[in-house]
Design a protein around this ligand. Sequence first.
Ligand code: NAD
Ligand code: UFG
Length: 339
Amino acid sequence: MTVLVTGGAGYIGSHAIIELLQNGYNVVALDNLSNSDKESIKKVKEITGKNFSFYQYDLLDYGKMRSLFEKYNFDSVIHFAGLKAVGESVELPIDYYYNNVSGTINLCRVMDEFEVTKLVFSSSATVYGDPKTVPIYETFPTSATNPYGRTKLIIEEILKDLSYSNMKWSIAILRYFNPIGAHHSGRIGENPKGEPNNLMPYITQVAVGKREKLKIFGNDYNTHDGTGVRDYIHVVDLVKGHLKALEYINKNTGVEIFNLGTGKGYSVLDLVKTFSKVTSKSIPYEIVERRAGDIAVCYANSDKAREVLDWSAVKKLEDMCKDAWKWQVENPNGYKSEQ
Ligand code: NAD
Ligand code: UFG
């Protein structure tokens, strides 16, 4: 079976390709490298000892997308490609709508033309906005608090309309909670450009000496220690959920939404303490103002994924910290370290 992976050079896409190759899938990857490095593709080939084709194509380039579908007989598509920085999306909303929404429309048009109708889409827990209660079920109301989140919501609606229009479509919408960690080899991982927006890469950069201290955004939330609580999930567990979703859409048509989380919430301070414990690195921090748009608590109910997909996250917070640290310490400058 041949799977097209969009955004294949990115953080989650590169981990997904390893899992696909190790499970007997043929992979073709595309990425415009706007937020990634081709080195990740090389590393994935080295880790797996397997080859696959990579195209530096943009989803917005319809002609190139068509040429790819003419060349290969895809069975399904896993669609990771997109811009994902919340703050940047507030500054550059049109770029986000154009890239994420128009890019996905282009992908769906070409899939439709070539009758490739099985799609796994990367959505996000951000579509739940500020939930009234936790854990969060797939049936909870959705809302967006920034343009990035709105692109995910719009795409989800487009995919639902597509599947209602024609039952030949088989679509799994996966709402990720907070993916962190890295492949256990330490050879691929999260590689943010500039100052990290997300907590784990910030912590690892402090630990490796690239940043002086962590800024914790608020300690006056209604949580056990006042800092924000999230559902951190190991990226390898997360990508395994995609293989289960692929199996599911191979057998079922229509559209289904699944939360991919662990069901456990940890605070910023829990993560800092666990990281320090497993790595023996102290993480200096200061408490600063809350970050605009942040919510107090967010964690999943993932019963649906367990029951329908036979998938559950198994890795612990300790594993996530260990693996994130191995990647950081062995590649202090990310993919630039070995070039
Ligand atoms: P990433 O930035 O590492 O990977 C996305 C990849 O898509 C990048 O390599 C980028 O170069 C590529 N890309 C962007 N626009 C493109 C286009 N028009 N054509 C071709 N390639 C393009 O991000 P990630 O963390 O791997 O996220 C993958 C997906 O999961 C994204 O859709 C993201 O919104 C979603 N997601 C991520 C998180 C998270 O915390 N990492 C959480 C929820 C959802
Ligand atoms: N935090 C800090 N300091 C930092 C970075 C983060 O204290 O330097 C705190 C935040 O306030 C929050 C927690 O750490 O309480 C997690 O923050 P992240 O930025 O790592 O993650 P978010 O939950 O804010 O958002 C992430 C992605 C979104 C995605 C969401 C759900 O950035 O795109 O997870 O999947 F939608």
